[in-house]
Design a protein around this ligand. Structure first.
Ligand SMILES: [Zn+2]
Length: 79
């Protein structure tokens, strides 16, 4: 049986935490989804943080539905 040193355990835990640096929670996404929708509407270049939002939307049907609803509302406001 192999016994890990404290340093090795810390290294492993660091790997677990940093495996998906682009991952955000739905709460994070909801906090910025309005800004993201406005960027999209203005055909703005998404910043680094917006790219994270975009990736989350691709993976999360719940947030994507919220985002589409927001876009629709913004389009109506513009019309
Ligand atoms: Zn989500």
């Amino acid at each position: 049986m192999t016994v890990l040193s404290v340093e090795q355990i810390h290294t492993l835990m660091g790997l677990v935490v940093t495996t998906e640096p682009d991952q955000i929670t739905c709460d994070d996404c909801f906090g910025q989804i309005g800004e993201f929708a406005e960027y999209t509407l203005a055909k703005h270049d998404p910043s680094e943080s917006m790219r994270v939002i975009r990736r989350h939307l691709e993976q999360c049907p719940c947030c994507k539905a919220e985002y589409r609803g927001l876009l629709d509302a913004l389009y109506e406001l513009q019309a």
